[in-house]
Write a protein of this length. Structure first.
Length: 326
């Protein structure tokens, strides 16, 4: 084997709750995991100011702090956490191959994919400004809706997920204004009816966002326009939620792994197994339903255990560790 090729027992692609949890379990099972953090070390949670729904944090925790703690825990068990990202893979042969930054080649006995999914945003400068400031822009109502109790918020979207999130926010917020770009919903009739029949949800059809307004620190409103008349008006709001979908970060796996029409990796139900033996998936790269930190962590655990058992079945000298069950 070329001296430029590194051989590893377990390669974890991506960080975040799924990747770091997989690393903790894999390391405790003596799999000597190597984890590449990817383009966004720590994943989407690093853009979240407050996390209050992850078990074990009674006072809450910031997203970046939580990811630093998970990384430290993985490294405590000697996970090799590295900067850089996997830019290419080849699962066509018996050897699982991956390339780091288009240069370094790695051959892995097992691979755990934890690349996550990226929320889609409108791309407005003002939207991105307050998203980075953590001042009122969010792509997850379940994650952040709690912080807007008894306040007025705006949500953009027209599909089932947007309707579900609008309805969720309506239980917490004084008023929810829903912006729908067309003159009808893309959502199923039952989901559309749910928001239309909710008293504190106002739906504005043929309406798009012109600008997210704020005081330089937090959101104070949204300027919208009617795409039929071009008429503009401002809506007072402290929160701006974007529910126009997510894009799974799985492009490099096309042609090797089975993906659904959106790009999410299809796993064997009840497991983390993909259609390629020895390749496993965890977190939002396969989950388009729940998309929560705690569910991502749970599937990270599953992926490591599945990988551990895969190695044990292939190599009689590799024993399943009991430490992961204590």
């Amino acid at each position: 084997m070329s001296e430029n090729i590194e051989k590893v027992k377990c390669l974890i692609i991506g960080s975040g709750p799924a990747g770091y949890t997989a690393a903790i379990y894999a390391a405790r099972a003596n799999m000597s995991p190597v984890l590449y953090q990817g383009t966004q070390p720590g994943g989407q949670l690093t853009t979240t100011n407050e996390v209050e729904n992850f078990p074990g944090y009674p006072e809450g925790v910031t997203g970046p702090e939580m990811m630093m703690q998970l990384q430290a825990q993985a490294q405590r068990f000697e996970t090799d956490v590295r900067d850089g990202w996997i830019t290419k893979v080849d699962f066509s042969g018996d050897i699982h191959k991956a390339w780091v930054n288009e240069t370094k080649e790695i051959h892995a006995d097992t691979i755990i994919i934890s690349t996550g999914a990226s929320a889609k945003y409108l791309g407005l400068d003002s939207e991105q400004k307050y998203l980075k400031l953590g001042g009122g822009v969010s792509a997850c109502a379940v994650c952040d809706g709690f912080f807007y109790r008894n306040q007025e918020v705006v949500i953009v979207g027209a599909g089932d997920s947007a309707c579900e999130e609008a309805h969720y926010l309506s239980k917490l917020c004084k008023k929810v204004t829903m912006l729908v770009r067309r003159d009808e919903f893309r959502a199923s009739k039952i989901m559309a009816a749910r928001v239309q029949n909710t008293e504190n949800i106002e739906i504005l059809f043929n309406t798009e966002t012109n600008e997210v307004l704020g005081d330089g620190q937090v959101v104070t409103g949204v300027r919208v326009f009617n795409n039929q008349t071009n008429e503009k008006h401002d809506i007072e709001a402290t929160g701006f939620f974007v529910a126009i979908g997510h894009k799974p970060n799985t492009d490099i796996f096309k042609g090797f792994l089975n993906l659904d029409e959106t790009g999410y990796i299809i796993n064997t139900p009840g497991t983390s197994k993909t259609n390629i033996e020895g390749v496993f998936v965890s977190g939002d790269a396969a989950d388009h339903v729940y998309r929560q930190a705690v569910t991502a962590a749970g599937t990270g655990c599953m992926a490591a255990l599945d990988a551990e058992r895969y190695l044990a079945a292939k190599d009689s000298t590799f024993e399943v560790s009991t430490s992961n069950y204590n």
